[in-house]
Write a protein of this length. Structure first.
Length: 82
């Protein structure tokens, strides 16, 4: 690494870290937002239309099982990836 590229690398790492933090805040908000209707169900089963599980499965496969386990609040990763 040359002395000329160090400031650019430092700037890129700073911006990447900031973007990552912002995305994490958005994910945390969405998780919490999903908990609200789930709490209102009070243990009753959530009824999904035929299209909703397909849409969740398509998005869940893109994320992967490990990340999905930390994000999914409405259904389990096993249910989504089945």
């Amino acid at each position: 690494m040359t002395a000329e590229t160090f400031p650019l690398r430092a700037l890129l790492l700073t911006v990447a870290g900031w973007v990552n933090r912002e995305q994490q805040h958005v994910v945390e908000y969405l998780i919490e937002e999903n908990r609200v209707p789930k709490e209102q169900l009070r243990g009753r089963r959530l009824r999904l239309t035929d299209d909703q599980p397909r849409r969740l499965a398509a998005k869940g496969k893109q994320i992967g099982r490990r990340a999905l386990a930390s994000v999914a609040t409405i259904v389990t990763p096993d249910t989504i990836l089945r």
